[in-house]
Design a protein around this ligand. Structure first.
Ligand code: PXP
Length: 240
């Protein structure tokens, strides 16, 4: 049986670099170090405002990495042409609002639907695996299938917030379980991500059918204390 994969999101290495306008810490070095430490893929989000990862990071990381690169992008013409040029193995299409601090909620699959469909088609033809970042909603799972995506990534932000605030999370985890089951039934590969910590990843790892977790902010933060290698190893142990 295939083990659950860990995608390590290194956006916030670039956030720290950009805070001082220096060349360090280097996202490339973090990507290669994460690769050596057991990451199954590296995730980067090229935002329209380039607030963390920039075009050069994408270019150099793609050229040096041996494991798959998962590029998160908004559904825009600019991002489509960059993705076609750079040809990352994995793409995750995400919603994007300029003023948000992080990705708030899943995609609205009805918005610009014909462009989204064309974008998915072109990216798949270009040999990238295409995932859609969505809420754990049955309607959106069916819509993702209709749009011919390869995978869906379920937004776990609400679930993680409930855990962080010590609130009841049963209803939300049931919503996630139903979405994962339907996704698998329809032949979509199901991933999960956003806001995950050791604690929330451990609870979510009990939900069967999730093939990949994409984790960034907590993982990079935790590595300040215990190092990137130990943090990655611990997450891999939790989700296996
Ligand atoms: N998955 C997707 C699609 C995301 O947009 C993000 C945030 O960039 C993550 C996973 C990782 O979330 P976090 O940084 O909170 O772990």
């Amino acid at each position: 049986m295939n083990k659950t994969r860990l995608g390590v999101n290194i956006d916030h290495v670039a956030t720290v670099r950009n805070a001082r306008g220096e060349k360090y810490p280097s996202p490339l070095r973090a990507a290669l170090f994460a690769q050596k430490s057991g990451a199954d893929s590296i995730t980067i989000h090229l935002r329209e405002d380039r607030r963390h990862i920039n075009d050069n990071d994408l270019k150099i990381i793609k050229s040096k990495l041996k494991i798959p690169l998962n590029l998160e992008i908004a559904s825009t013409k600019e991002m489509l042409s960059i993705a076609i040029k750079r040809k990352p193995q994995f793409i995750c299409i995400v919603p994007e609002k300029r003023k948000e601090i992080t990705t708030e909620g899943g995609l609205n699959l009805k918005h610009k639907k014909s462009f989204l469909k064309k974008m998915i088609h072109k990216l798949k033809k270009n040999k990238s695996r295409v995932s859609l970042f969505i809420e754990p909603s049955l309607k959106d799972i069916k819509e993702a299938k209709n749009l011919d995506a390869d995978c869906v990534e379920i937004h776990t932000g609400k679930f993680c917030n409930l855990i962080n605030e010590n609130k009841q999370y049963n209803a939300e985890i049931n919503r996630i379980k139903k979405a994962v089951d339907l996704g698998n039934k329809l032949g979509l590969e199901v991933h999960a991500g956003h806001g995950l910590t050791f604690k929330s990843a451990k609870i979510l790892s009990k939900v069967s059918g999730i093939k990949e977790f994409n984790i960034g902010h907590f993982l990079i933060g935790e590595s300040i204390y215990i190092g990137l290698k130990k943090t990655i190893r611990q997450f891999k142990k939790i989700i296996k």
